[in-house]
Design a protein around this ligand. Structure first.
Ligand code: SF4
Length: 412
């Protein structure tokens, strides 16, 4: 009798396993269409453009790996772009026109990830000025950061955590940036006096347990400048956690070296970063990730949902799985904000919910970010979950599984 039961259980398990295989095979096929940074195709694109740039600038491999060289040789004009790819007259003029209002800068490294044969290349869309940026709708400061600034360069929106903005500079100016109003005409680190005032405010506000040091990109400060800030914060008893906000892992991975990794380890700093597409997860990015993670530093990814860049369920699944593979925790999927000049990146909330619904069950919980909407006016984040998952009946909740099967849980 017992053997009969084992046989029945095994038979049912195999039928279920076959069913799951069919779903997995379909998913693997769809994910294989997504461009990843480790593919031979991506490596070829990178090597071609990198060699062209090194030749044009009469520079060496050592130069390329030097973050200072990368910053000094950022691509900032339509003329420079034209040296490496054909720009139509219209594209050339549009880039010039947009960059008068919103400047652009792209590190040679990030520029070399662009697939110029794909008009919707996610790297290009995030870094090239687009004429649609001149659309006048949206707000300059939808998060009302200017009115959440109680001191120095602080932004405070929550009871026990806050932000210090330490610079307006970034290696690459993301075209979807929510803080594009701060980019201005020049790169400028926050003056020492403003940082001291911000730290003084934190010292005097004992409800603050977590401080996010960001910008701009916090890791554009020198190690000395960073250490001064971390040291001051570490001396405040009620500050339990220091976090930095940076996109260098995606845009300037050469900035991560062992000295910086040791510094972040010394102050137990957490890192928040932003990868928006699997093609940004390159061997160079993973070298930098490894250096941090091997030093015990936690890295969490804050992806932004962007039309044509990643508003595709398999693209998002693949990106998060790549990140998990290399020990970066998918943390948030941000719904894009109503910022002036980025309307063309906007998507409807239903799209984000559809993506989240797709991720249920089809990928590990560890590669599933929380989808959040940032309320205008600085009112904070609202997690968004697929609505069809839970409904109330007379005496129970009706719950829907990832395969759209129904289960019920009685009220307690
Ligand atoms: S790295 Fe962050 S702050 Fe800098 S441009 Fe991109 S989104 Fe904006």
């Amino acid at each position: 009798m017992r053997n009969d039961n084992i046989d029945i259980n095994r038979k049912k398990s195999l039928i279920r396993s076959d069913e799951l295989d069919k779903i997995a095979i379909g998913d693997i096929e769809s994910k294989s269409q997504v461009r990843v940074g480790f593919s031979e195709f991506s490596k070829k694109i990178y090597a071609n453009t990198k060699n062209k740039i090194l030749e044009e600038l009469n520079s060496t491999e050592d130069d390329w790996n030097n973050p200072k060289w990368q910053m000094k040789n950022r691509i900032t004009t339509a003329d420079e772009i034209s040296k490496y790819t054909n720009l139509s007259k219209e594209d050339y003029e549009n880039i010039e026109k947009v960059s008068e209002k919103y400047r652009f800068a792209i590190t040679p490294y990030y520029f070399s990830l662009i697939d110029f044969n794909n008009p919707n290349c996610p790297v290009k869309l995030q870094s090239f000025p687009d004429i649609k940026e001149l659309d006048k709708s949206g707000m300059l400061d939808p998060m009302n950061e200017e009115q959440s600034n109680p001191s120095g360069r602080i932004t405070r929106r929550y009871p026990n955590k806050l932000i210090i903005n330490v610079t307006n500079a970034c290696p690459m100016y993301c075209r979807h940036c929510q803080r594009r109003r701060l980019i201005g005409k020049f790169d400028k680190h926050t003056p020492k006096g403003d940082i001291a005032e911000s730290i003084e405010f934190i010292k005097n506000t004992n409800t603050i347990r977590e401080v996010l040091v960001t910008g701009g990109d916090a890791l554009l400060l020198s190690n000395n400048q960073l250490e001064n800030i971390f040291y001051e914060l570490s001396q405040i008893n009620h500050v339990e956690v220091i976090r930095v906000g940076t996109r260098v892992l995606a845009t300037l991975p050469f900035r991560i070296d062992s000295e910086l990794a040791v510094l972040l380890r010394k102050y137990k700093v957490n890192v928040s970063t932003q990868f928006n597409h699997a093609c940004e997860v390159t061997p160079e990015a993973v070298r930098a990730i490894d250096m941090l993670v091997d030093n015990g530093i936690l890295i969490r990814n804050q992806m932004v949902l962007l039309h044509n860049v990643n508003d595709d369920k398999y693209g998002i699944q693949k990106t998060n799985e790549e990140l998990q593979k290399y020990r970066v925790i998918p943390y948030y999927l941000f719904h894009p904000k109503e910022v002036k000049g980025i309307k063309h990146f906007n998507v409807d909330i239903s799209k984000g919910l559809e993506i989240m619904k797709h991720l249920e069950g089809r990928t590990s919980g560890m590669c599933k970010p929380t989808y959040v909407y940032n309320s205008p006016g600085g009112l904070g984040k609202i997690p968004l979950v697929p609505m069809q998952n839970i409904e109330c009946e007379e005496d129970c909740y009706r719950l829907t599984t990832w395969e759209n099967k129904t289960v019920r849980q009685r009220f307690k």
